[in-house]
Design a protein around this ligand. Structure first.
Ligand SMILES: Nc1ncnc2c1ncn2[C@@H]1O[C@H](COP(=O)(O)OP(=O)(O)O)[C@@H](O)[C@H]1O
Ligand SMILES: N[C@@H](CCOP(=O)(O)O)C(=O)O
Length: 291
């Protein structure tokens, strides 16, 4: 049996809707895979009671089918579903990497990305690769139809996850279908700044690029307390704050020594709103690891 740890991811990072993503050093899913005559799935861990084990409804089944490689799959969830932290992507990435190893299929990490994205198509309606690319390849990734560009950054991050459930499928419905050119121009500038920040490993530039005047305002409406928590994190020293993926998690970039202060400020602010939350002091980290 092959064991794979695949990390949570934060997609979009504001300016890179459906394109940017970052692997987080924690939390992660741990998945065990072995070849079998037909695919079976056993779930345990965070929020697993809400995830179907039927291979037709679980991302793991969709990935095994896409790779034409049935497997016995055990998934221990460290990434709670409907979190904005790429929960479905962590499982999909782990299964793609696990099956590739167990069946000795010989795919490169980049080649596995479209197979894992079939899991995202199953749960969100679209095969966006911005979570599965960093979950498989690690670091910061730019996922486009032409392929994935990967940068080994190590930017410190705080991710605050409130006890709110938002499905990616629902949060995709609120994204505006069109935008004024002025907003697009601003977004291009921010996206370019963020990419430069990742290449330079510079939290200030990354934070400056974590804005999106088109998608984020619509998504923020779904997260009680978002504006206040964002403001509080900035006051505590975050260089940029935005919705992680489709939410409800909120991601803040910062210098490493500010993480603790920012994490407690965000938690306190959610608590004042009467919302339970947990915070991860994390950083841009590794992709799926095989044991
Ligand atoms: N292995 C899996 N891990 C997590 N969620 C899964 C899995 N298989 C199917 N799902 C479904 O995917 C949805 C969660 O995915 P999504 O809404 O994209 O959340 P997240 O933002 O955390 O990835 C839930 O409806 C869940 O039941
Ligand atoms: N680009 C997608 C990313 C969804 O990320 P998730 O972690 O919420 O699944 C989107 O914004 O819809």
């Amino acid at each position: 049996m092959v064991t794979v740890r695949a990390p949570a991811t934060s997609a979009n990072l504001g300016s890179g809707f459906d394109v940017f993503g970052a692997a987080l050093s924690q939390p992660a899913d741990v998945v065990r895979v072995e070849p079998a005559a037909e695919t079976t799935i056993e779930m345990s861990g965070a929020g697993s009671e809400f995830i179907p084990e039927n291979p037709e409804k679980n991302v793991a089944g969709a990935v095994a089918k896409a790779l034409d490689s049935p497997a016995r799959i055990e998934i221990d969830k460290g990434v709670r579903p409907s979190s904005g932290l790429g929960s479905s992507a962590a499982s999909a990435a782990a299964v793609a990497v696990g099956i590739n190893a167990a069946y000795d299929l010989g795919h490169s990490r980049e080649e596995l990305v479209p197979y894992a994205a079939e899991g995202e198509a199953l749960v969100s309606g679209e095969a966006h690769s911005d979570n599965v690319a960093p979950a498989i390849m690690g670091g910061f990734t730019i996922a486009t139809p032409e392929g994935v560009t990967q940068v080994d950054a190590s930017i410190p991050l705080v991710v605050c996850l409130p006890e709110i459930v938002i499905s990616t499928r629902d949060a995709r419905r609120v994204v505006p279908r069109s935008a004024p050119v002025s907003e697009v121009v601003e977004c291009v500038g921010r996206a370019a700044t963020l990419v430069a920040g990742m290449f330079r490993d510079d939290p200030t530039l990354v934070g400056r690029g974590m804005e999106n005047g088109i998608v984020t305002p619509a998504r923020a409406e779904l997260i009680d307390g978002y504006a206040d928590v964002r403001e509080t994190a900035l006051e505590a020293g975050a260089t940029g704050v935005t919705v992680s993926g489709a939410g409800p998690a909120i991601v803040a970039a910062c210098d490493g020594n500010r993480r603790k202060r920012i994490a407690s400020a965000m938690l306190d602010r959610f608590a004042e709103e009467g919302i339970e939350a947990r915070a991860y002091q994390t950083q841009v980290g590794h992709g799926a690891e095989l044991f």
